[in-house]
Ligand binder design. Structure first.
Ligand SMILES: NC(=O)C1=CN([C@@H]2O[C@H](COP(=O)(O)OP(=O)(O)OC[C@H]3O[C@@H](n4cnc5c(N)ncnc54)[C@H](O)[C@@H]3O)[C@@H](O)[C@H]2O)C=CC1
Ligand SMILES: O=C([O-])CC(=O)C(=O)O
Length: 329
């Protein structure tokens, strides 16, 4: 299993690379960034784990060297938010960064699983799909927008109510997109079920929707969530790798191109969105089945979903348009 982190020297990239270096599922870890990869690579190379490690800068065909032979590419490259910004404000810079990296994926490792962390995820995943389609090798089963941090936050924040010892034992689907009101936690579908007092539900839901803002505000100009994102990104990557190696029964909420995944068409029809985060069953080939749990949402959640659809559709169209009608320089 060769794993690549693109944006490896950044706030997310470094701790994510650390977790992957220590992961027994990874045989070879390649780091890619436009700055500082030699230092991060040298540092991690002293860790006595299985994974062999190398790192590259753009010079001397660095992207090609990093991506060639990759089985999984995780992308946290791009600028993070500062207070007062929305994720959509990152589009101008990050859209081009993701497009460039995905062009590299299409050329050097078209069969790899691709996990997009770079914001705005609601638009960068459609960008990735369009670039891969234009290159003639888009496989929707292998392209994922990483929305695991929303799930991790829901698990964590609900603990104040459930009082469970281990928050990760409560599974809460978080569906929709990855920004503000497009993030829809379905606490009614928690397993085991949780009983949330009516007066606390709104506050809890908003905290999950605005979890990113909470960290941006606390970091006060020094960026957004990096450590919790590295944890969440690693958790999702680990599950994709476990499924690829044959482990069955893994289901994770992730942002996928619905028409390309079994069971996705009905969800796309119902939501009017071709890209949506839903619980997805993972297998050797990637996303093998999208679970439609929208019908089970309660009235409160259905209202949240109605708000989600309109904004998400606009974000998706913006990403598609960026590739189909590139802005003039
Ligand atoms: N999906 C999610 O849940 C989350 C997404 N994010 C997003 O992740 C992205 C990264 O955040 P941070 O690590 O905090 O930012 P950062 O600025 O600390 O790191 C980004 C890294 O990307 C590198 N980079 C820039 N252009 C590149 C290119 N063309 N090729 C390779 N590397 C390139 C930079 O040199 C830098 O090292 C942001 O867009 C942020 O909004 C952050 C938290 C959660
Ligand atoms: O809020 C941000 O900009 C970073 C992010 O996506 C998150 O923490 O969920």
């Amino acid at each position: 299993m060769k794993a690549v982190v693109a944006g490896a020297a950044g706030g997310i990239g470094q701790p994510l690379s650390l977790l992957l270096k220590a992961c027994p599922l990874v045989d070879h870890l390649s780091l890619y960034d436009v700055v500082n990869t030699p230092g991060v690579t040298a540092d991690l190379s002293h860790i006595s784990s299985i994974a062999k490690i190398d790192g590259y800068l753009p010079a001397d065909d660095g992207m090609k060297k990093a991506l060639t032979g990759a089985d999984i590419v995780i992308i946290p490259a791009g600028i993070p938010r500062k207070p007062g910004m929305t994720r959509d404000d990152l589009f101008k810079i990050n859209a081009g960064i993701v497009r460039g990296l995905i062009e590299g994926v299409a050329e050097h490792c078209p069969d790899a699983f691709v996990l997009v962390i770079s914001n705005p995820v609601n638009s960068t995943v459609p960008i990735a799909a369009e670039v891969l389609t234009a290159a003639g090798n888009f496989n929707a089963k292998k392209l994922f927008g990483v929305t695991t941090l929303d799930v991790v936050r829901a698990e964590t924040f609900v603990q104040a109510i459930t009082g469970t010892k281990d928050p990760a034992q409560t599974v809460i689907p978080v569906i929709g997109g990855h920004s503000g009101e497009t993030i829809v936690p379905l606490f009614s579908q928690a397993k085991p079920s949780v009983d949330i007092p009516k007066e606390k539900l709104d506050e809890l839901t908003k905290r999950v929707q605005q979890g990113g803002d909470e960290v941006v505000k606390a970091k006060d100009g020094a960026g957004s969530a990096t450590l919790s994102m590295a944890y969440a990104g690693y958790r999702f990557a680990e599950r994709v790798m476990q499924a690829a190696k044959g482990k069955s029964g893994i289901v994770e909420s992730t942002f996928v191109y619905l028409p390309g995944v079994e069971g996705g068409d009905a969800i796309a029809k119902e939501t009017g969105c071709n890209y949506f985060s839903v619980p997805v069953e993972l297998g050797k080939e990637g996303a093998v089945k999208a679970h439609n749990i929208i019908g089970s949402a309660n009235e409160y959640e259905k209202k949240l979903l109605q708000t989600c659809y309109g904004e998400l559709k606009g974000n998706i169209e913006k990403g598609i348009d960026f590739v189909k009608n590139p802005p003039q320089k």
